[in-house]
Design a protein around this ligand. Structure first.
Ligand code: UDP
Length: 250
């Protein structure tokens, strides 16, 4: 298993950030410890685990295969079908099993985040199924799911133009921080919390961005810059995990 400790402390920090105390003692630009592993579901065509702190996502990819139901087939290109699910035991309060509005929304944004890099034009009338399960949740589950799914797609040998990495940037009162925990998402002081999950390619193209809360244009730009640095670090760990899976086959 490839383990990674963020080394982004050297990122230029604005003056207000330096004095901000995070509950777990991390610097504002520091991610939680990250672990990644490829090939965790032997039956799947591709699979991966991505862990950030206490948040753990497992992704399994099946396909490409003929699209069923048949009326959903597209003769021009293949389709990515993503399903996000939080397992009942992933948090203290048992989650009711089955589809809910949040899971439907995150399934859709997972697809949006990944679709721009997957070469679906190679697979007319076919579908690639991506299943994301969150087995432990402490915020940032959609980002962990996207990171795991991107690795699982690559592991399945699906042609991709680029890799996708994802991280949540938060604004706690006035301060921007990287990779929010649930405790930080529940921050209540001053302007309260703003959550900005961002996914991007290695070349820095944003494939997904959401915003829950309030933020000005300048800080929003700064959030994208912080996500860019964090995503580059996440990409390195995704790449190492994929390389390790290939070496294990040899
Ligand atoms: N959460 C929960 N129960 C739910 C949904 C979410 O306890 O039914 C927690 C869980 O820790 C999750 C966090 O709230 O990671 C934040 O959820 P959000 O919808 O903001 O998405 P995420 O940050 O996980 O992508």
């Amino acid at each position: 298993m490839t383990e990674f400790k963020s080394s982004s402390d050297n990122v230029k920090e604005t003056s207000s950030k330096n004095s901000f105390q995070r509950p777990d003692g991390r610097s504002v630009t520091e991610m939680r410890p990250v672990k990644a592993k490829v090939g965790v579901i032997p039956c799947a065509d591709g699979s991966a685990m991505f862990q950030s702190g206490k948040t753990i996502a497992i992704a399994a990819v099946y396909g490409p295969k003929k699209m069923h139901p048949q009326h959903q087939q597209n003769p021009r290109k293949g389709q990515l079908r993503c399903e996000y699910n939080m397992i009942s035991f992933s948090v203290d309060d048992r989650i009711r099993p089955g589809r809910n509005r949040r899971a439907m929304e995150i399934s859709e944004i997972t697809k949006w985040a990944l679709e721009p890099v997957v070469m679906l034009e190679d697979y007319p009338n076919q579908v690639v199924d991506v299943h994301v399960n969150i087995i432990q949740a402490d915020a940032g589950t959609r980002c962990a799911g996207i990171n795991a799914a991107a690795m699982a797609l690559a592991h399945a040998g699906i042609p991709m133009k680029d890799m996708v990495s994802s991280v949540s940037i938060g604004k706690l009162d006035k301060t921007l921080v990287v990779d929010l925990t649930k405790e930080e998402e529940d921050f209540e002081e001053g302007e309260g919390p703003t959550d900005i999950p961002i996914s991007m390619t290695t070349s820095g193209k944003v494939t997904h961005m959401q915003l829950d809360g309030k933020i000005g244009v300048k800080q929003l730009q700064e959030s994208v810059d912080m996500a860019n640095v964090a995503c580059k670090e996440i990409y390195e760990i995704q790449k190492e995990a994929l390389k390790k899976a290939v070496e294990d086959i040899k």
